[in-house]
Ligand binder design. Structure first.
Ligand SMILES: Cc1cc2nc3c(=O)[nH]c(=O)nc-3n(C[C@H](O)[C@H](O)[C@H](O)COP(=O)(O)O)c2cc1C
Length: 177
C-alpha cells in the first residue's frame, strides 16, 4: 500500500438544490461509512451548512477513487484539493463525520485556529484544516453543537459524531465483496 493523505474542501450545495439538508447529510455520511472502511480509508468529513472539509487517508488508488466519486456528486461544488501526497502514517484510525456547528467547545476551537465565523476552509491552510478536523473529532460528542440548523419549518435533526471502526462486526476491513 502506498499510504496517502488528501485534504479537500467543497461548497455544500444541498440547500441550493432544494434538497433536505439533514437527510442528505445523513445519506452522505452513511455512504462514507459503507465504502470507506471497506476500502481501508480513514479520515474525516467535517461539514456545516456552507462547506465540507474532507480528509481521506489510505492507499492512493483508493483515495483517488473516493475523490472521483465525491467530485461527481452534485451535492457539493467547487472541490478544492488543499493537499495530497504520500505520508508515513495515518492521523486518523477511523473514518468519522462531525458537524462543525457552534457550541462553547467548538467556538473555542475556531478561535484557536483563527476562524471568526466558524468552519471556513477557504481561509485555512491544509495543516490547520487537518488539525481542526482532528480536534473536532476528538471532542466529546456532548461538547459538539447538537443540531444542524434547519431552515424554517423543517424538523431539527441530530447529527452526531459517528465513529466507524474498520473490521467492525467481525468482518476484516478488506474483505472481498
Ligand atoms: C462532500 C461529500 C463527501 C463525501 N464523502 C464520501 C466518502 O468519503 N466516501 C464515500 O463513499 N462517499 C462519499 N460521499 C458520497 C459519494 O459522493 C456518493 O454519493 C456515494 O459514495 C455513493 O454511494 P452508493 O453508490 O453506495 O450510493 C460524499 C459526498 C459528498 C457530497
Amino acid at each position: 500500500m502506498y499510504l496517502h493523505r488528501l485534504i479537500y474542501y467543497s461548497t455544500n450545495k444541498i440547500r441550493d438544490l432544494g434538497l433536505p439538508l439533514a437527510a442528505e447529510l445523513k445519506a452522505i455520511i452513511s455512504a462514507g461509512h459503507r465504502h470507506n472502511p471497506a476500502a481501508g480509508i480513514t479520515g474525516a468529513l467535517v461539514f456545516n451548512e456552507r462547506h465540507f472539509l474532507g480528509v481521506l487517508e489510505g492507499d492512493r488508488r483508493m483515495v483517488s477513487a473516493a475523490l472521483m466519486r465525491i467530485a461527481a456528486d452534485r451535492r457539493n461544488g467547487e472541490i478544492t484539493v488543499m493537499s495530497a501526497g504520500a505520508v508515513d502514517e495515518r492521523r486518523f484510525d477511523d473514518w468519522l463525520s462531525v458537524y462543525a456547528g457552534h457550541s462553547d467547545a467548538v467556538d473555542r476551537l475556531y478561535l484557536h485556529f483563527g476562524l471568526v465565523q466558524g468552519l471556513d476552509p477557504p481561509r485555512m491552510g491544509a495543516e490547520s484544516a487537518l488539525r481542526l478536523a482532528e480536534a473536532l473529532c476528538r471532542l466529546d460528542p456532548k461538547a459538539l453543537a447538537p443540531v444542524v440548523a434547519p431552515p424554517p419549518a423543517e424538523p431539527v435533526e441530530v447529527i452526531k459524531v459517528t465513529p466507524v471502526f474498520p473490521g467492525a462486526q467481525g468482518r476484516p476491513a478488506t474483505a472481498p465483496a
